[in-house]
Design a protein around this ligand. Structure first.
Ligand SMILES: Nc1ncnc2c1ncn2[C@@H]1O[C@H](COP(=O)(O)OP(=O)(O)OP(=O)(O)O)[C@@H](O)[C@H]1O
Length: 581
């Protein structure tokens, strides 16, 4: 026989064919050449390999279920969008895949695929009862090798049974990666030591004293809790240092983060986060997940801090009555003369209301830029900080691209040569009152008997016409602006510290916007008022800012603004999740 046949790995069907070929050679009148060809073919390595592949496919189809190769295709599609979006203007292929992956039916298909792959469908069927001897408990033996890395699991005493159970598995930790230990598993033995009647501390000591392989004898929990990884991303609105948190059940397991960071919530003990959740930093896939405080816990903590501040009589930003120098239409307590021009741009409500908002985590999702449909850019900041100047400079770079909405105006005593639709749209008092009542204005106010206002509609129509709409409303307008229909990108223009503020403004002969005629520079009192006002805005609204630009050196601040606006036009950015769904 040939070498292929001699190695014993020969396919039996091919062997039989070869034998019958030899038999047929005796009786059939075909030529030697034809027999030789068939014989060589049946013994060739290529045919042998093909038959092997064929058999493998058949046996796989028969005996084993097909498994999805991945269950996060939607996530991968989003990552692809991330990668290709900066290149859509450069390569047609990138643009094509970008448009394709954004189509709702493609995304629907990927989501459906992932839901099936993750078995994420309802109703959940009860576990099939196993035919087991009632008295016989299923025990699993799990061996983990002890290393410097923490085990990634916590234990507690079950209140009902008094037994030691696994309380929590840290996503991505050693226990989680093993896939063998689950929340609720009852610990019977650790390294052969029976832990019945022992406290979690006793068990920890056993673990600490163990070297090398650690063997657990566990009674598996009935159901596998927390198997599904959540897709929730949140933006944190506070800094967190787990080592200083007295409420965290295990300090080593905490995840530290800073304000503004995006966290991937991999599990929440329940939908309202009454208990701590687990999260990992967005984009940090290899990292072990850590514990973060629940929303409810953090809210309580913030309320407590605020009440302490109020009690101590500190000059709190949280209390309207103690803030000097604030400008509010309903509280003219400012030491300096109130700035009449500003009042017309205040919304009717004062910002007491905003104090009620306790920012902890905000669920976010990525919003992909749509060519030709740009998000409005909103500049927020204390009066006089330079928002108008920055807006004016931006529009001047390309007046056909950047536009600011035209406000509406009701004039009490006839207009003098003003053209309708140029600087203002002129409307009747009734119409203006009606639209204010219907909440159609982002901001409005009265000045010298005339009514002024900017409508949400005027912003929308600029956006729909393909312009980049840029506006600098009063900060109280944020409530009306930050809605899914407008999807604004909010930039906070922050004043620099007093000395720098004074120096830069004086050096540029800046005109005080507190003076009706803009005929003089800023006074020290006005600089201070700007800084006070900025503290207050930050306290109330910082969680709504997408970006902060400090306006010290004007040209640097402007460069930063140009970069930001460019990013908004081209990059996927995090927005409240409700804007995307
Ligand atoms: N970084 C800066 N350095 C020097 N001068 C500046 C700077 N930024 C703004 N200014 C000047 O400060 C003055 C006030 O700026 P601007 O009118 O833009 O303020 P604003 O924030 O729009 O105020 P308001 O909201 O009260 O209208 C202007 O004369 C402007 O040129």
């Amino acid at each position: 026989m040939t070498t292929v046949m001699a190695n014993g790995n020969w396919d039996p069907a091919l062997s039989r064919l070869l034998v019958s070929l030899e038999e047929a050679r005796q009786v059939l009148p075909s030529s030697e050449e034809e027999f030789g060809f068939l014989s060589d073919l049946l013994q060739s390595k290529e045919l042998h390999a093909l038959v092997k592949v064929h058999n493998k496919i058949i046996s796989n189809g028969k005996d084993e279920k097909f498994h999805p190769t991945l269950s996060n295709s939607m996530q991968i599609a989003l990552e692809v969008l991330d990668v290709v979006s900066p290149k859509i203007g450069v390569k047609d292929e990138c643009k094509e895949i970008f448009m394709l992956l954004q189509k709702p039916h493609i995304q629907g298909l990927l989501c459906a695929h992932d839901a099936v792959a993750q078995k994420d469908y309802f109703p959940r069927l009860p576990e099939i009862p196993l035919e087991v001897d009632e008295d016989e408990e299923t025990i699993k033996i799990v061996q983990l090798v002890k290393s410097n890395e923490p085990l990634g699991a916590t234990i507690k005493t079950d209140e009902e049974t008094g037994k030691i159970v696994i309380a929590r598995i840290m996503h991505g930790g050693a226990a989680d990666r093993s896939g063998l230990i689950h929340v609720g598993d009852e610990v019977c033995e650790v390294n052969g030591i029976n832990v019945e009647g022992k406290t979690p501390n006793d068990v920890l000591k056993i673990l600490q004293n163990s070297e090398g392989t650690i063997t657990f004898k566990l009674v598996p929990a009935d159901g596998k809790v927390g198997l599904r990884e959540s897709k929730v991303r949140v933006r944190a609105h506070f800094d967190y240092i787990s080592s200083t948190d007295p409420y965290i059940p295990c300090k080593e397991a905490g995840l530290d983060f800073v304000k503004g960071e995006i966290l991937h919530i991999v599990s929440q003990d329940d939908a309202y986060w009454y208990k701590p959740g687990q999260a990992r930093r967005e984009g940090d896939r290899n990292m072990r997940a850590g514990l973060i405080p629940s929303r409810a816990l953090q809210e309580r903590r913030i309320l407590h801090e605020r009440s302490q501040m109020d009690k101590s009589g500190e000059e709190g930003l949280c209390s309207v009555s103690v803030l000097p120098g604030c400008q509010s239409p309903k509280s003219p307590r400012c030491a300096s003369k109130p700035k009449t021009k500003k009042i017309m741009y205040d919304t009717a409500e004062n910002d007491d209301f905003d104090r009620e908002e306790i920012a902890t985590y905000e669920e976010v999702a990525k919003l992909y830029p749509r060519p030709g449909l740009y998000r409005p850019v909103v500049l927020i900041g204390p009066p006089g900080v330079g928002r108008n100047e920055l807006k004016r400079r931006l529009i001047a770079t390309d007046p056909d691209k950047y536009k600011t909405p035209t406000p509406c105006k009701y004039v009490a005593a006839g207009r003098h040569g003003e053209v309708n639709g140029k600087e203002y749209f002129f409307v009747t008092r009734e119409k203006m009152d009606e639209e204010i009542e219907a909440g159609k204005f982002i901001e409005f106010g009265e000045y010298k008997g005339n009514l002024y206002g900017t409508s949400a509609e005027s912003v929308k129509s600029l956006v729909n016409a393909g312009y980049v709409c840029i506006l600098n409303p009063h900060y109280q307008a944020l409530k009306m602006l930050r809605i899914p229909q407008l999807k604004p990108y909010i930039i906070y223009i922050k004043p620099p510290p007093f000395d720098v503020l004074k120096e830069t403004r004086n050096a540029a002969y800046a005109r005080s916007t507190f003076d009706e005629n803009n005929s003089r520079g800023f006074t020290d009192e006005e600089f201070n008022e700007m800084l006070h006002s900025s503290e207050r805005i930050e306290f109330l609204y910082a969680h709504l800012f997408d970006e902060v630009i400090e306006n010290a050196d004007l040209s640097k601040a402007f460069e930063q603004l140009v970069r930001a606006v460019n990013r908004v036009e081209t990059e996927p950015l995090w927005v409240p999740a409700s804007w995307v769904q």
